[in-house]
Design a protein around this ligand. Sequence first.
Ligand SMILES: Cc1ncc(C[n+]2csc(CCOP(=O)(O)OP(=O)(O)O)c2C)c(N)n1
Length: 278
Amino acid sequence: MNELPLTRDPAALRTRAKALRRHVLRMAEIVGQGYVGQGLGIADVLTVIYFSELRTRPAEPGWVDRDRFVLSTGHYAIGLYAALAEAGIIPVAELATYGADGSRLEMSAPETTPGVEMTGGSLGHGLAQSVGMALGLRLQGRDARVFNLLSDGECQEGSTWEAALAGAHHRLDRLIAIIDCNNQQADGAPAKVMGLEPLHEKWAAFGWHTQRVNGNDIPALLAAFTQIRATPGKPHAIVVDTLMGKGVKTFEEREKNHFIRVAPEEWALANRQLEESA
Ligand SMILES: Cc1ncc(C[n+]2csc(CCOP(=O)(O)OP(=O)(O)O)c2C)c(N)n1
């Protein structure tokens, strides 16, 4: 069965990221609300992971040698579903059911959905599960990699740091944590809730090969993954600074973006702004 073709062409990846953002807006428009800011903000990261790095077989989502993408932050599901649809792992038409009763596309991603490795929702568990997966794959002699997307808010949870210790202790160099610093959580900015900075220095101090890049800059993300391939012996952390709502100016400019409710008449403007964005 065929693997999803990968590319390192920034122009092709930018086009793909725009397609992901279109899916995010359409899903949210149907329900009138959702984690739109996260879906738009993380689209470039998901694009580079899915279309430049991750070895998958769209027709065989459970392929045993696949690279694993583990979404700790279950509520970012809107972004993941957009990527899964673009990758051909779930049908594009199914995106219209996002958040509806009985849909496989719950607002927080469940592991029963094709392409979803872990049920999200309870934050702070993804890295520990990813460490377990990476250890298990190594014990089985497989060269698959594990990519874990976690949030800045999850770095306020002790379980994340226990898992970070374990990843470094076991030298899991096929484990990659991508930490989305969008500078918001449910109650405001992390700096006000419980400060995290300098976050990249903390990951480095825990024994991880650490980089910090603009998570909305596709060439910078490609370069970070290139550096990972050249750095064996340690697990890898990429702290990505992203802009919530990226691509839709009115969302980018909102002060609170954790969960967006959008009036019906606002969608036309949002769609237009996305089409006009770079
Ligand atoms: C263990 C746990 N505590 C609290 C929540 C409630 N909760 C859902 S999303 C969220 C915000 C967390 O911030 P972050 O993960 O940085 O998400 P972002 O604002 O970037 O979407 C919280 C506290 C949860 N889902 N799980």
